[in-house]
Structures are given as C-alpha cells and as structure tokens.
Ligand binder design. Structure first.
Ligand code: SF4
Length: 157
C-alpha cells in the first residue's frame, strides 16, 4: 500500500461554515479516509498539530490581517498543493463586506482596523499565495469537496 497523504486544514477570516461541511463529510467517510489520509493539522480533530511536509493544505476563509498574510505564506511553504475551500477563500466574499463600505463607515471603523493590525481590505488567498484547486460555494459544496479528496486519494498529488 502506498504511503498515507498528509492533510492539513486551516481557518482564516470567515465563520468556519466550510469547516463544518468538512466535519459533516467525515460522518460518512472518516473510517474509509483514515486508511489513506494522515490528518497532520486540524484543530478540530487533534490537540497537537504538525504543519511541516503536508501534501495538501485545505484552507477556508479570507485574508484580513497582517498576521494572516504571514500565516498563509507559511502554510503555502509547507504544502505541495493548496486548496481554497469556499467563497471567502476563493474571492474573499462574504467576509469582505467592509471592502464595500462608504467612506463615512470606513472612517468609523479605521481606529479598530489599525489597533488590531487589519489590512486595508479583505483579500482572497490568491492575492498572497498560489492556489491549486478551489471548492466553490458558501458554504463549500460538500459533494465537490468529497470528489476532490477521493481524487487525491486515487491519483496522489
Ligand atoms: S465561504 Fe461561507 S461558509 Fe465558508 S467560511 Fe466563508 S462565510 Fe463561512
């Protein structure tokens, strides 16, 4: 049997709805997938997480802070393939509401943005890193996610 694929799951700015879809997919696929997948990084599955040497990083959420820019670059450095899960990761919406605020509203929230090191706008993952695959939808389409995972298991990365 070939070696297990090393998977990582990461959350950025969003409501973690796509991660719930991942959990729901596990209801029906966990035992089967465990034979082929090593879940090395997933804060909803394990206490100790290892980011180094991932085959595939699955990422939900948009990028909205300077810390997140650093983190997504670190994730990219440690994986062979990066998958954007859901609309926030793909094109930043709906997490990018403030990108469309009027000037007056922006002036009101500016002190908070500065205080917490937020970026001027909310961006999709592709603004900062190469994205190899996308799972569309808000939340992401569960069937498309399952198909993609099964495809990785069958064909490798
Ligand atoms: S795409 Fe939708 S479900 Fe997924 S994190 Fe963003 S808001 Fe939540």
């Amino acid at each position: 049997m070939s070696r297990k694929l090393k998977f990582g799951f990461f959350s950025f700015t969003g409501d973690e709805g796509c991660m719930i879809i991942f959990l729901e997919a596990l209801n029906s696929h966990f035992q089967k997938w465990l034979k082929s997948i090593d879940f090395k990084y997933s804060k909803i599955l394990r206490e100790k997480n290892e980011m180094k040497g991932l085959d595939i990083a699955f990422v939900e959420g948009a990028i909205s802070t300077k810390d997140e820019v650093k983190r997504i670059k670190e994730v990219r450095k440690n994986c062979k393939v990066l998958v954007a899960m859901g609309a926030c990761a793909i094109d930043a919406t709906p997490s990018a509401h403030r990108n469309f605020f009027a000037k007056k509203e922006l002036r009101e929230i500016n002190p908070i943005l500065k205080k917490f090191n937020y970026l001027d706008k909310v961006y999709p993952l592709s603004k900062f890193v190469k994205v190899d695959y996308q799972v569309p939808g808000c939340p992401m389409d569960q069937m498309k996610f399952i198909e993609l995972v099964e495809n990785f298991i069958e064909k490798g990365v």
